[in-house]
Design a protein around this ligand. Structure first.
Ligand code: GCU
Length: 375
């Protein structure tokens, strides 16, 4: 494996030794490299014609102590839903998880029918005092297998002429990240949500999206990437399992990225640098030990390498054993990690570990005081 690109050396070759240098120079240049070579440039402005319309609201939905709301988000001529669950036992605004959810349109999930999905145990999450905002990605922009060709969803709403695309135009992961930012715009207007304490979570391609969302929208306080792999948390150079060439069937990345299919080592970035851009915010990386396609070792390596950015802030990055133990939560640093048994999956046990870490970072003293009825 070639030597990892040094997170703490600027493109001009200068060593980065102070938070100011990182925040003003190195971090922005790393983001630009990811825009140019990996995800494409997503629009950052809040669209002028942004609307929020409540389509449905019911208290104590399915005896869950959660208020369920379906909100329609309108971006110019395009609309997509977000499904919100707010815990009723919490007085005042609740911290929240924004869930990037690709499988929703396959009708595996229907919140009008059930709240008990192992992949997304809403009843458990609400029971622990968190709100949930579920964003169905395919409604924001269709995934590659739906042949969207960047002509539908938010692409059409923001950039109607697909012929004007370039080799670094935003691609589908950037479109979903843009959608998540609109969900955050909504959460900021909802008095039941503590919008300064919102995690963004996803599994697999949605985990890649959760990381890029938090890298490009610092309003998200805690990204959680479950089995996110190539273009997510996994260090690409020399990894096992999936490589760029295997992902080239997708349209998740900008055109430039796919040019590196047979020469990954030429890429001017690797994914440890993406994780570093999250600092000093908390972050959670999770793997499944049998998910060799994703490559747990490659994700663990990225998390370790990204720790230098936290250390610059005087914070611990990843604190873990050299070889992480199965099912052991490594929650002491700002980068949390666990590796679960089995293959590609996210389940209720993972969620409880995520919430244990979130309890440390997303629940304010006021939240605990109210829960304990102090003050
Ligand atoms: C494929 C792809 C992965 C991706 C996964 C998913 O396995 O190769 O990169 O993460 O699909 O999103 O389910």
């Amino acid at each position: 494996m070639s030597k990892p690109i040094d997170i703490m050396t600027s493109l001009s070759g200068e060593p980065i030794t102070a938070v100011e240098q990182w925040a003003y120079f190195r971090r922005p240049e790393i983001i630009s490299l990811f825009e140019m070579f990996v995800y494409g440039i997503r629009p950052y402005e809040t669209p002028e014609n942004l609307t929020f319309t409540q389509k449905f609201r019911a208290a104590n939905w399915m005896d869950s102590n959660a208020t369920f709301k379906e909100i329609d988000i309108g971006v110019n001529n395009h609309h997509f839903p977000v499904y919100i669950f707010v815990p009723e036992q919490v007085e005042g605004p609740a911290p929240a998880f924004t869930v990037i959810m690709g499988e929703l349109r396959s009708l595996k999930y229907d919140f009008y029918q059930s709240l008990d999905y192992p992949h997304l145990p809403i009843r458990d999450i609400v029971g622990r005092g968190y709100a949930v905002a579920v964003m169905p990605t395919n409604a924001v922009s269709p995934d590659w297998w739906l042949n969207g060709e960047f002509k539908h969803g938010v692409f059409r709403a923001m950039q109607p002429n697909a012929a004007q695309r370039t080799s670094h135009s935003w691609a589908t992961i950037s479109a979903w990240a843009f959608g998540a930012s609109r969900v955050m715009d909504y959460l900021e207007t909802d008095p039941q949500i503590d919008s300064r304490n919102v995690a963004v979570i996803g599994h697999s391609r949605d985990g890649k999206t959760a990381l890029w969302t938090a890298a490009t929208d610092i309003r998200f306080k805690l990204p959680i990437a479950n089995d996110s792999g190539v273009g997510g948390a996994a260090y690409t150079r020399g990894k096992q399992g999936e490589h760029l060439v295997d992902i080239s069937i997708s349209d998740w990345f900008c055109e430039n990225y796919y040019r590196y299919n047979s020469c990954e080592d030429m890429l001017p970035v690797d994914q440890h640098m993406l994780l570093a851009t999250i600092a000093p915010r908390p972050m959670y990386i999770k793997d499944n030990i049998e998910d060799t396609w994703i490559d747990p070792d490659a994700e663990f390596l990225s998390a370790k390498l990204a720790s230098v950015a936290y250390e610059l802030y005087g914070l611990p990055g990843l604190i873990a054993d050299e070889k992480p133990e199965l099912n052991k939560p490594y929650h002491d640093g700002m980068i949390a990690y666990h590796v679960a048994p089995g293959g590609h999956d996210m389940n209720t046990a993972d969620w409880h570990m995520y919430m244990d870490f979130a309890d440390k970072h997303l629940k304010t003293p006021e939240f605990f005081n109210k829960a304990l009825k102090i003050g």
